[in-house]
Design a binder for this molecule. Structure first.
Ligand SMILES: Cc1cc2nc3c(=O)[nH]c(=O)nc-3n(C[C@H](O)[C@H](O)[C@H](O)COP(=O)(O)OP(=O)(O)OC[C@H]3O[C@@H](n4cnc5c(N)ncnc54)[C@H](O)[C@@H]3O)c2cc1C
Length: 256
């Protein structure tokens, strides 16, 4: 990813003022997996956001003349409150920003954030059934959609297909178990890429065409949300189109 992320242009009909940078306070840090932490950030100037959107975060980096910014999806639901956002950051080895966020931004730290941005969004008005496919930290915006539906009390069928290295690396593992026990509209299918036997996962390989075919038949999705590495997102989108999904029913977010 380049050091400077272009500000997305708003569609002409929306015409909202561009969000300004604000100093958010880290009010809680949750260690999700050995490489991913969730940071809950209290915003002084909160903006309503839609599940699936992201914020930009910028930090000073030694040797760089300007702060370096990166995009991070919001994993929390905007309902009932949007003044605290939770971002889930996976540490990329050798990265400029993510290792700092995961390791050096404890509770009480101040972070410069700007947002919300993005059209990778879902609310109950979009309907379903919804197929959610995420790999690694690509689950973050999908979790915002799930948590949002929980907090709104709607029951639109959602099937999350989630690829992780192994059980230890499943972000939101306990919460997903609890939510599937509490809500019959939610189904979660795990696949583990570096574990061949753990029964928590139904599959033990990367997301592929056959897997997408299985969950497509089980879910009959009207909408699909795909998030994660660009290759995974592209392959999965191609498979869904071949299975007959309407292109307009597929939304993608690529973490490049
Ligand atoms: C819309 C959007 C939402 C996103 N949401 C999330 C999210 O919710 N959670 C999340 O964890 N991520 C998310 N990302 C990804 C995130 O924005 C960053 O790209 C990610 O955290 C890596 O940033 P970094 O500064 O740590 O790494 P970078 O400095 O960008 O480096 C990335 C990788 O490239 C390697 N690299 C860098 N320079 C070189 C070089 N010259 N040669 C070889 N290798 C090099 C680094 O070692 C590292 O492994 C999102 C991205 C987008 C576009």
């Amino acid at each position: 990813m380049s050091d400077v992320v272009d500000e997305p242009t708003q569609p002409a009909r929306v015409r909202r003022p561009a969000p300004a940078w604000q100093s958010g306070e880290v009010v809680e840090v949750v260690v999700e997996t050995p490489e991913t932490s969730s940071l809950r950030i209290l915003l002084p100037q909160p903006e309503p956001f839609v599940p699936g959107q992201y914020y930009n975060i910028r930090i000073p980096v030694e040797g760089r003349p300007r702060p370096i910014q990166r995009a991070y999806s919001v994993g929390s639901s905007p309902h009932p409150r949007f003044d605290v956002i939770e971002v889930g950051v996976k540490e990329m080895e050798g990265g400029l920003v993510s290792p700092v966020l995961v390791r050096q931004r404890p509770v009480g730290s101040i972070l410069e954030v700007r947002g919300p941005y993005g059209a990778f969004t879902w609310t109950e008005e979009d309907g379903g059934p919804v197929l959610l496919v995420g790999a690694g930290s690509g689950v973050v915006p999908l979790m915002a959609m799930i948590r949002y539906q929980v907090s709104k009390g709607t029951t639109i069928p959602m099937h999350l297909v989630f690829s992780s290295k192994s059980a230890e690396y499943v972000i939101y593992r306990e919460e997903l178990v609890e939510l599937t026990q509490q809500h019959s509209w939610l189904r979660v299918t795990h696949t583990f890429t570096r574990d061949a036997i753990d029964p928590l996962a139904r599959y033990h390989r990367r997301i592929d065409k056959e897997m997408v075919g299985d969950v497509f038949l089980e879910t009959s999705p009207r909408l699909a949300y795909l998030c994660g590495p660009p290759d995974m997102v592209d392959d999965c989108e191609r498979s869904l189109l071949e299975l007959g999904m309407e292109p307009t029913g597929i939304k993608t977010e690529k973490y490049d």
